[in-house]
Design a protein around this ligand. Sequence first.
Ligand SMILES: [Zn+2]
Ligand SMILES: [Zn+2]
Length: 439
Amino acid sequence: MEPRSIARVFLIAGLLGPPFSPALADDTPDFGALASRFEHDTLELLRYLHERPELSGREHETRRHLTRTLTAIPGVKLVEGDWGTGVVAWLEGGRPGAAVAWRTDLDGLPITETTGLPYASTARDTLSNGRSTGVMHACGHDMHMAVAVGMMRLLSEVREELPGRVLFIGQPAEEVGAGAEQLLQAGLFEGDRRPRCALAIHVHPTIPFGQVGSCPGPSTANVDGFLLRVVGEGGHGARPHRTIDPVTLAARIVLALQSIVTREIDVNRHCVISVGRIEGGTKSNVIPDEVLIEATVRSHDEETRQALKQKIERTVSGLAAAAGAPDPGLEYYFGTPAGHNDPRLVAECREVFRRVLGEDNEILYDSPMGGEDFSRYGKEVPAFQFRLGVGRPDREMSLHRGDFDPDPRAVRLGMHLAAELVWDQLQRAAAEGGDDLTR
Ligand SMILES: [Zn+2]
Ligand SMILES: [Zn+2]
C-alpha cells in the first residue's frame, strides 16, 4: 500500500473516533503532514541540485547552496570547521538531550545524463587524466541532500519540543571514499558533537517507491584492491620459447585468483575478487614485456580481508616463479572499510518504519558487496544506513547510470521518515535518562 493511502486510512479512521491512529498515538508530531507542507520547496531544492552536480572534492557550489538553504531554516546554525567542500550544521532543540547525526553525501559522478528530464544536468568537468566528462547525480546524492534538508525543515518546526540536537553532516567526496575520513579527521565527532548515533539513507532503484529496506549487521563491503604489473620478456610471437610471456602468465593469474575465492575461503565468508582491467601488448605477433592487471577485492570481515591479501600475494608470486618471471610488482591497498549497521539501532528504526509505512513496506535485504564510506561513522558510534525505495514499476533502473531517474515522491517520504527516526532516537535517549550522549 502506498503510504499516502495509509495516511488517508488513518485520517478517515480518526474521524470515526478513537482508537485508531498508531502513527500519532503518542506525542510524536504529525511529520507526515509537515512533510506534505514542505514537499514543494524540497522538490525545488532537489531539481536545483540535480541540475548542478559536481565531482568529488569539487562540491563548491553545492556547499554554497546548502549553506544558504540551511541557514534560512529557523534554529539551524553552521558548525565552523575544516570541512573542505562539506557543510556541518546544528539544529538545537528547545529541551536538553542527546545528539543524533544525519549524514548526506554531496557529490555527483563523471557520467553523462540521458534521462531527458527538464532539469537534467548538462554539467561537464575535466577528470585528472585531462578527459572531459559529463557530470550527473547518478547515485542519488541530490535526493539524499533534499531529504536531509527537508528533515531539518520538519524538525525545525517542532524544535521547541525537540529533546536534544541534530547534527547535519553534508559530506563531500563519497564516491572516492575520502569524505567521511576527511570530516572525522577534522574533528567532526569531537567534544559535544559526538552523537548517540549516526543515520543516513541511500536511495535504491530495485526497491519500489513506498518501501524501505534494512540490513542489520554487515551492510557494505571492505573495498580493497590492487594494481599488478606482470613482468616478462617480450619477443616475436612466432618464437614464444625465447620469451617469458606475461600475457599467458597474466591469464593464469586471473583464473587462479578465482580459485582463492572458491577453494581457499570459507563459503560462509562472503568475498569477491573481480579483475576489472587487464592491459598489455600492441600487436598480435608481438609478445609484450608486461601486462597490467587491476582488480577490486571485497569482503565483509577483517579476517577474510587480511587472508585475501596474503593469498593473492602468494598466488601471484608463486605463478610468476613457476613461469620463470620476476616477482610481479603488486600494489595492494586497503580502501573503504566494511559498514556495520548496529543491530539495536536497526531494530529501533524498523519499529518506526513499520509504524509509518505498515508491515508490508518494510523489508530486509542481504548484505551487499558495494562500498560506502558511511562505514567510517559506524566505527565511531552506532550507525544505520537504510535504503529508501525509489524504484518505478514500469522500468528497470540502476545506480551509476546515465538514465537513473528515481521516483521523486520518495523525497517527501524520505524526509518524513528521517524526521520520525531522529525524533524517536532523541525520545529514547531522553527516556533512557541521563545526559549520557552515546551508549
Ligand atoms: Zn555511488
Ligand atoms: Zn551513493
